[in-house]
Ligand binder design. Structure first.
Ligand code: SF4
Length: 346
């Protein structure tokens, strides 16, 4: 293995997004291994394909950050704007992103946020056997104190859907800044592990307590918006982070012990690009509601829409309710959200 993200001499070297990935949802060890260590495959025609590709929404985020600060994405390539219908023109979405680039300094001035340094790489020993690393979008001065700022671009900053449901933050201070308080019992709350990890890393390295804000910009067609969201320091959140580090380490050790044997789940297989995997679960959700489909394909916890007789046509109303629950990841039936947020970048 060549990746740094593995257990080496009893020390784990990892970033916050992998901690999040390994401690949030069901994860298939084989998929994890292929994506993190093998990374790409060559097909019979000799074409090389990445197992995790840069999506269009990720490109938009990278484009935004590059236009603002000249920050290059991890692959080192300058992000290119999507093309419009006319030759040589930009797509409407990228034109709106350009508008947000022009709005950015005005909005920063409105909140009295001063950008000090961008694209800051950092690593720190977070526990005796774990080194966590990351790249901070910007260090800023806000309310006369040092803050970490993470830039986000999303289709709609008021949307309450998906893993990056920026619309779920409703608690707003008199200065217009939203507050993302840590609440482990709020199932709808967004996972703010990134914020608490970076605050801890900076504190370990500088012995200064940094604040954290998200600067979220959207590109919706009408009334483009933004949100500044502060994530306050929380002792409880820091303890939760350390617990997740321990879980991450034991999960990786377990993966290695079982030689990364596949553990298929509907959500994991749906987005998996590993070719020819015999363990793959059929992933078309409509398969579940076909008259002849086996009820065995229903994820655990879902009521059987056939009501015990697989040859009977499915109850359409019930099937639609079940499908809605699957796609909005409400978790009401005990299913993890199988979709990644298509609009945000991390
Ligand atoms: S297809 Fe499913 S079981 Fe196979 S590696 Fe991918 S996620 Fe795992």
């Amino acid at each position: 293995m060549t990746s740094k993200d593995t257990i080496l001499k009893d020390k784990m070297y990892i970033n916050q997004s992998k901690i999040k990935r390994l401690t949030s949802n069901a994860i298939c060890p084989k998929k994890y291994y292929m994506e993190e260590f093998v990374k790409e495959i060559t097909d019979d025609d000799g074409k090389t394909k990445k197992l995790r590709e840069t999506t269009e929404s990720m490109n938009r985020g990278c484009y935004f950050e590059y236009q603002l600060w000249g920050t290059l994405p991890k692959d080192g390539k300058i992000p290119v704007a999507g093309r419009g219908k006319k030759k040589g023109s930009k797509s409407e979405i990228y034109k709106r992103i350009d508008e947000q680039v022009r709005n950015f300094p005005v909005i920063m001035a409105q909140y009295d946020i001063k950008v000090i340094k961008t694209n800051v790489t950092i690593e720190a020993q977070i526990t005796p056997d774990t080194i966590v690393f990351g790249t901070i979008d910007a260090l800023v001065e806000y309310k006369g104190r040092p803050y970490i700022m993470d830039l986000k671009l999303t289709a709609d900053a008021s949307s309450g859907w998906g893993n990056f449901n920026w619309g779920s933050f409703k608690d707003k201070g008199p200065d217009g800044v939203y507050i993302a308080r840590y609440d482990p019992f709020d199932n709808d709350a967004m996972d703010t592990l990134q914020a608490h990890t970076y605050m801890y890393l900076m504190e370990l390295r500088t012995k200064v307590r940094f604040g954290f804000i998200y600067a979220v910009f959207d590109y919706k067609p009408k009334d483009m918006g933004h949100k500044i969201i502060e994530v306050p320091y929380s002792e409880e959140a820091r303890e939760a982070l350390l617990e997740r580090v321990v879980v991450t380490k034991s999960k990786l050790a377990e993966f290695e012990k079982t030689d990364y044997a596949p553990i298929p789940t509907w959500g994991e297989c749906r987005t998996c690009k590993v070719p020819d995997c015999l363990a793959r679960i059929p992933v078309d959700p409509w398969d579940m509601f076909e008259c002849q489909a086996s009820p065995l394909f229903l994820p655990a916890g879902i009521l059987d829409p056939y009501d015990g007789n697989p040859n009977e046509p499915a109850d359409t109303e019930l099937a639609v309710v079940l499908f809605d629950d699957l796609v909005d990841g409400s978790g009401g039936l005990g299913i993890e959200d199988p979709f990644e947020d298509p609009f945000s970048f991390d």
